[in-house]
Every structure is written in C-alpha cells, then in structure tokens.
Ligand binder design. Structure first.
Ligand code: FDA
Length: 320
C-alpha cells in the first residue's frame, strides 16, 4: 500500500469504531440504503434466508461454507440472547437443508461483552444443538483485549465439543506461543492475519515478516495434522503452499471471504483442495464492510461504483 492508502485505511478503521458515525448512518434514510449497495459486494443480504440461498448455491458448486450473522460487542444481555436465538435458528435451518457445514460467530455477539460465563453458556448451548445436526461452530477472534477470554472459552468448550473451532491472528506477537498450546485441543484453527488495528508492541503490520510468521504457524498446523483453515487471500501465501505441498491434505482447507477473489478459490478447488466461503449476513454489516474496504483500497473505488451505479443483485453467481 502507498502512504496515502495506509492513511486512508487507518482512518476507515477508526471511523468504523466510531459509534456516533455508525448510529448516524444506521438512522439515515439517505445514507444507509446507499452504503448498503456497496455492502452487498461483501454480505449476502440482511436475512438468514438470503444467506441460506447463497450457501446452498455455493455448496452446489462444490465449496464448503461458513455462515455468520454479523454482530459484535453486544453489551445488553437481552440482545445477546436474541443473537443466540438467531444462531439457533441458523443451525436448525442448516439441519433442515442437510447442510453439515459451519456456523461462524463472534463471542462478543453472544455474551462476552456482558461476561465470560454468559458467552460460554450461550456457546455451549449452540454447540450442543449443532453437534446433533453435524454442524460445526467457528468462533472469530476479536481485538487483543479479548484474546485471553476468547481462548479460555474456546479451550473449555472444545474439550466438550470438538466441533467448536477458534480463529487465531498471526499478526499478534503472542500467537505462535498460543498456537503451541492450542495444538493440544481438538478444534479446528482458522488462521488469519488479523483485521483489527493493534499497536506495534502487540502486533506486526502487513509485511514480509508477518507472511513468514503466517507460513510458520500454518506449517506447524499442517505438520501436526491439526484441523486447519488457511483463511487468506494473499497470493504469495497461496503460491508458497502450492509449491510446498501441492494439494492440501484432507484435514486442511482454504477459506476466503464472500465476494473476495472467488476466481482464485475456484482454481484452488479445481486443483483438488478443500475450499470454503465465509458468508456473512445481517443488518450489522457496517464495521465488517469498513474492514473489507480498508484492507484493500481498490475497494473504495468499487464501493463508489456500487453506490452510484444500478442496484446489484447477489454476488453468489461469481462462484463457479
Ligand atoms: P492481506 O490483507 O495482506 O491481503 C493480501 C491480498 O489479498 C491483497 O493484496 C488483495 O489482493 C487480497 N485482498 C485482501 N483483502 C481484500 C479485500 N478486502 N478485497 C479484495 N482483495 C483483498 N480477522 C480477524 O481479526 N478475526 C477473525 O475472526 C477473522 N475471521 C476471518 C475469517 C475468514 C474466513 C477470512 C478469510 C478472514 C478473516 N479475518 C479475520 C480477516 C483477516 O484477518 C484479514 O484481515 C483478511 O483476510 C485480509 O488479509 P489477507 O490474509 O487476505 O492478506
């Protein structure tokens, strides 16, 4: 990224955290529908039904899916219970559609901002239902202030429910050590670079050093035959895998975000690797979409075109 692009990305990440701006946009009859047009590049829609439609289509094309109702930092207990109910309905709908796939969620959406106990109780309630339908659960990783709590909840839950997994951010300096410990737990690890702005004493910025760390962590997971999702769109990392391992072993998969590099995921699937698409839905897309635009400045131009152009239909047709 050029310097102005880095500055734009930093500004967007900080705007995305600004609750006043967020609530202004949410309540604006002019701004909200306009920005929603840009959001539809990255989210399947507002409703569970739209997400399920996209999931079935993409699954039919030979991919696996992870579906998430977007939301985080829910600090009112009633709202956490409402979110948990939504995830319950999503898991039940997976069962009805015979989708033995993944439901993805952030622990702060279902209780962590209230208490660890609430998040654990809601997660295990969901895991119990999911286990009966052959559905797995992947927990996201949030800001570094929550890493300890998320890992503790994951460890406790995965001992009871091995189909619960956790996301690990390679950019945090602590992550290689966390990984060594997590190898003793059964759940899948989704390895990402990290989306949140963190200070230099806690994390690496995007850099060759970060890519090297990502590769070392991924190699440790592959060599230990641990279930792993390599969640990245970075071409240099993807090429390094192909050089080192060719097709991924069956305990590993590539995972990409909906709307990002679908043509590359299609190539990886054609080469024989297990490939998954992460499908978010819901009305709380604001923070998620800001992150997607910030990490790839070209998306700012795309967003502009989406906003001023004609209404777009779902992007699921880009998965072949
Ligand atoms: P990087 O950001 O270095 O980008 C490398 C290249 O990928 C770019 O040059 C571009 O070609 C392409 N690319 C990347 N982002 C793009 C975009 N938005 N639009 C178009 N092209 C793009 N993070 C987190 O902190 N907690 C979490 O729980 C998760 N969960 C998660 C699940 C899944 C399935 C994925 C794929 C990612 C996450 N992330 C996440 C986000 C992750 O941390 C990271 O911010 C993004 O994946 C972007 O990083 P890359 O590895 O793609 O590399």
């Amino acid at each position: 990224m050029t310097k102005p692009e880095v500055q734009a990305a930093t500004a967007l990440k900080s705007i995305s955290r600004n609750e006043t701006i967020k609530s202004y946009i949410r309540q604006s009859n002019e701004l909200y529908p306009l920005l929603r047009k840009a959001a539809l590049r990255f989210v399947t829609g507002d409703t569970r039904e739209e997400a399920l439609k996209a999931a079935e289509w993409i699954k039919m094309k030979g991919y696996h899916v992870a579906v998430e109702c977007i939301g985080e930092n829910t600090s009112i207990e009633q709202e956490c219970l409402k979110a948990t109910e939504e995830f319950k309905s999503l898991i039940e709908a997976f069962g009805q559609h015979a989708l033995k796939e993944t439901v993805s969620l952030d622990l702060s959406h279902i209780g962590l901002s209230v208490s660890s106990d609430l998040a654990y109780a809601n997660l295990t309630e969901l895991a119990e239902i999911a286990q009966c339908s052959g559905v797995s659960i992947m927990t996201g990783m949030e800001e570094s202030s929550k890493t300890d709590a998320i890992l503790q909840i994951y460890k406790k839950a995965s001992e009871r429910f091995p189909s619960v997994g956790v996301t690990l951010q390679a950019h945090l300096h602590r992550s290689p050590a966390d990984l060594q410990e997590l190898l003793h737990y059964p759940g899948k690890i989704r390895l990402v670079k990290g989306a949140y702005g963190e200070p230099a004493e806690l994390a690496l910025p995007r850099s060759p050093e970060l890519n090297l760390r990502y590769l070392e962590m991924a190699a440790a997971l592959l060599e230990n035959e641990h279930p792993v999702s390599l969640a990245t769109h970075d071409e240099s990392l993807l090429q390094e895998w192909t050089l080192r391992y060719g097709q991924l072993p069956s305990h590993a998969e590539f995972e990409m975000l909906y709307g990002i590099r679908p043509e590359r995921l299609s190539e990886l699937r054609a080469e024989g690797s297990r490939c998954k698409v992460y499908l978010p839905y819901g009305e709380e897309w604001y923070l998620y979409v800001c992150h997607r635009i910030a990490e790839h400045p070209e998306n700012l131009y795309r967003a502009l075109v989406d906003i001023i152009g004609p209404s777009t239909s779902s992007r699921m047709n880009s998965y072949n």
